[in-house]
Write a protein that binds this ligand. Sequence first.
Ligand code: V47
Length: 388
Amino acid sequence: MHPTIAHRYLQNGPLSDIYDKVMEGKRLSFAEGLRLWQSDDLNALGALANLAREARHGNKTYYVRNQHINYTNLCNKGCKFCSFYAQKNGPDPYTMSTEDVRRKLELTRHIPVTEIHMVAGINPKLSYSYYLELLDTVKATRPEAHIKAFTMVELLQIQKLAKKPMAEVLLELKAHGLSSLPGGGAEILTDRVHDILFAKKETAAEWLETAKTAHRVGLPTNATMLYGHIETLEERVIHVMKLREAQDETNGFLTFIPLSFSSKGTKISHIPQTTGILDLKAIAIGRLMLDNFPHIKSFWMMITPAVAQAAQWYGADDIDGTIVEYQITHEIDEENTEQNLSQRQLVGMILEAGRDPVERDAHYNEIHRDDSAEILPQHPRVALPMAR
Ligand code: V47
């Protein structure tokens, strides 16, 4: 929407009071967050979120050259929303030895990455030294890459094995190469959803406390929100408000990533796939409510490249990365999702969306390369996997 038209549209619509607050940089309340979720006016939500997004990042859209490693799919948590862990009629069990991880990284050595994203299930047979060796192996094999690893759930398991205070464990992991933490495991930060969907996993309070401890020892983290299952609109607002409060305390969150729930292969497979409308609303409301989060990521792997492109006008300033391989939900969606995009495809996708692509590292430092002319596609419309 043209900026002048957008302003006029917002000033005269039912969200005009929220528009005034956004323009003044004022914080939105719980009730206002709920009104945003109750609104059917996606254009208004997008235009509002875009004001907040462009005030911070102008026309930039960030992307990263990254690789995912999921070192085991054995897990003792039994989360009802998950299809990744090994179970009867599900994926075959595997646990990678540190040598397997080294070999995997060697196999993809020709693919340039600046970030390794490593998460997995909770396999109780793994020892504390396994986790340390895992980091050592990644660091030794791809020393140039930043290691973003272990969700709060894994950290709590690692701490249990280490039998030390969390801050001490985090410092030890840091000494072995850990540089930041991904945002997984947050799901929906309310006890009700916790007790129904992931009762054996950490509580909301534990997730938040672990994230804050990481921030305090100098490890930035992300935060996700898994939406489109059994959560209420109120719970979506509570979730982001808990994140906002934590961020006020420690300022260690880098990015908010709404994750669209994909029910195939899970214990709640009757729940339909989220829609593009819901995906864009989650991004837009995330941007509007999380006034203290620097970045909002549209994870193309989950919401499709097509929706991730649109999301760049609905509050997102980051599209994630090349990925190489994603297993958390891929196994179930094998027929119609791609696992990786080339840097050229990502850049093309951002250009076609009308934004300026900016390669970043894991800390959002901009990377400017001498060979950037080679990365630019001849025409922005490069072939992309579009189906969900
Ligand atoms: O915590 C599990 C989610 C998360 C399903 O920090 C599912 O940059 C949808 O956290 N449908 C792990 N989602 C992935 C994650 C992540 C992804 C991309 C970037 C970053 C980042 C973090 O995946 C889990 C859970 O919330 N998940 N099962 C499912 N069926």
